[in-house]
Design a protein around this ligand. Structure first.
Ligand code: PMP
Length: 330
């Protein structure tokens, strides 16, 4: 019989798929690392597993313990799955702007979700930050992973994503492109690939226009999961050789093309990363191998990116002029 003992044995070892339609006119090979094949549907399963196992080993997380983290998204799903399988409780703190679908997903996995008002200042006792700090203090046996400062976030990528890519490309990868949120993916994977290649692999970060990584001030953007208004310690500034800023419009139009042309129903940060990867690949030749990491699937974005009315409200639907120049712009 061929089976796995637990769903968490399926974290990692995600496939690489060649992009063949959106790469028209490009001679380099562009491969996508499709992270929605992880059991929780995103790259964040990797960090959840390593952060929890490291906390067990250090004694920070003890039997019967409770994991408390301010998260509404992919990290919450990864933590919830690993926690239930290992017998821990989870309490997630979310701002009230988070969709009910996301909250219901976390609850479906057995997590408790505390919703806080968005319209209060960070120092208010009911703010997202204060509530999660208070829950950590008041819950017996509580542990807060804090993906923004936890070194096991980038370490999970150094020990899984990086070696997988080196092995899958038989050491032929020349460029690695990933979006930057906490910075864990690019720092850990990028560092491993630099080490394995003797510094040859070029590492490129993709960032929403307005975010600090590409020189912005933290001005708002709509792509979820990437960009920041501060510099997290999980991000190692010495790894990326280049940061490419991408607009919401280009990110979302590419996200829709990935579904329509490549059969990849993925999230908006995936479209963003692919725009950056193609910008890089356009400068390269036939011996180059560009790998772009696609963090999650598109099901969580059906009422936004894949909804024409939402796209039209923001002016993101392609115009006739966009269509005419799509090969050059995207
Ligand atoms: N895309 C999505 C959808 C994410 O949830 C995240 C994680 N915040 C990222 C990209 C960026 O990954 P990282 O935090 O490792 O930089």
């Amino acid at each position: 019989m061929r089976y796995h003992d637990s769903i968490i044995d399926l974290v990692g070892d995600t496939p690489l798929v060649k992009l063949s339609k959106v790469t028209e006119g490009i001679s380099a090979t562009v491969l996508a690392k499709v992270e929605y094949f992880n059991p929780g549907g995103s790259v964040k399963d990797r960090i959840a597993l390593r952060m929890i196992e490291a906390a067990e080993a250090s004694g920070a997380l003890r039997p019967g313990g409770t994991i408390v983290e301010p998260t509404s998204g992919n990290t919450g799903v990864g933590l919830a799955i690993v926690a239930q399988q290992k017998g821990y409780k989870c309490i997630f703190v979310c701002p009230d702007k988070v969709s009910t679908d996301k909250i219901n997903t976390l609850r479906a996995y057995g997590a408790e979700v505390v919703v806080c008002p968005t319209a209060v200042a960070p120092e208010h006792p009911d703010s997202y930050y204060n509530v999660s700090d208070r829950l950590v203090r008041e819950t017996p046996n509580a542990w807060k992973p804090d993906q923004y400062s936890n070194p096991d976030n980038p370490a999970s990528h150094y020990h899984s994503t990086g070696p997988e890519l080196w092995d899958q490309t038989e050491g032929r990868i020349t460029h690695f492109v990933a979006g930057v949120g906490t910075g864990g993916t690019i720092s850990g994977t990028g560092r491993y690939l630099k080490d394995a290649s003797g510094g040859k692999v070029q590492v490129i970060g993709a960032d929403p226009e307005g975010s600090v990584y590409s020189g912005g001030t933290g001005r708002p953007y709509l792509v979820e999961g990437v960009g920041e208004d501060f510099w997290p310690t999980a991000y190692d500034r010495t790894v990326a050789d280049e940061i490419v800023a991408v607009s919401d419009k280009d990110s979302f139009q590419m996200t829709r093309r990935l579904a329509k042309e490549e059969g990849l129903l993925v999230g908006g940060s995936c479209g963003m990363a692919v725009v950056a990867a193609l910008e890089v690949a356009r400068r390269l030749g036939p011996d180059d191998v560009v790998v772009v990491l696609l963090p999650d699937g598109g099901r969580g974005y059906l009422s936004k990116i894949f909804n024409d009315d939402w796209m039209a409200d923001y002016g993101f639907l392609p115009t006739a002029q966009d269509e005419a120049t799509i090969g050059e712009v995207l």
